[in-house]
Design a protein around this ligand. Structure first.
Ligand code: ATP
Ligand code: MG
Length: 178
């Protein structure tokens, strides 16, 4: 579904080892919903971790939020088969979104982590990005990524860690980190 507000969809990558990638993508989701656009958020590699924005966003009209957890553990603790299955499941959802022509914005949160570790079928991802409607924006977040996807991206922002409270022994906090 096209509209006047979003005619030129982009492939956007938020990568880097600093904090702010997922929150940037979720901010975009809120921004899009404010213009009555439809948003699909697919969350990879969360390991059962819950974050404050999830319940708020999924309750919004026009947002579909899917958290993929092949067995609710961290990517490092899962079998390669489970990580590959999770990546495949995410691409299935992207493919369905492309067929449905319903979402102006699709966020693949943390997919870069799975890309870095080789669990994503990169040629299928590239093919899907190529085939998406021209008005659909796809955001890929997470540390690392894949060179092939960077090559076709329209926008890449790398969040660089200058300082993080973790270094000072301050653990992750509600409302700030999750
Ligand atoms: P956020 O979700 O806050 O936008 P992010 O998506 O950029 O963060 P991830 O790599 O997904 O960061 O990591 C998620 C969690 O790890 C967050 O709680 C974040 O504060 C924390 N984190 C991010 N960068 C660092 C860092 N350089 N050192 C330690 N912890 C970090
Ligand atoms: Mg993140």
């Amino acid at each position: 579904m096209s509209d006047d507000v979003c005619r030129h969809g982009l492939v956007i990558i938020y990568t880097g080892n600093g904090k702010g990638k997922t929150t940037a993508a979720m901010g975009m989701a809120v921004r899009a919903v404010g213009w009555k656009q439809k948003v699909l958020i697919v969350q990879f590699a969360k390991g059962g971790w819950r974050s404050g924005e999830q319940s708020v966003l999924s309750a919004l009209d026009g947002v579909e939020l899917v958290t993929l957890e092949e067995d609710a553990s961290w990517i490092e603790e899962r079998s390669d088969e489970d990580n590959t299955a999770e990546a495949q499941h995410g691409l299935d959802l992207l493919e369905q979104a492309i067929l449905d022509q319903k979402f102006q914005l699709v966020i693949l949160d943390e997919i870069n982590v799975l890309l870095s570790k080789g669990f994503v079928d990169v040629s299928r991802l590239l093919d899907l990005l190529e085939r998406r409607p021209e008005w659909m924006t796809v955001v890929l977040t997470g540390r690392g990524g894949a060179q092939e996807v960077c090559s076709i991206a329209d926008l890449i922002s790398e969040v660089q860690e200058i300082k993080h409270p973790f270094q000072a022994g301050i653990p992750a906090q509600k409302g700030i980190d999750f």
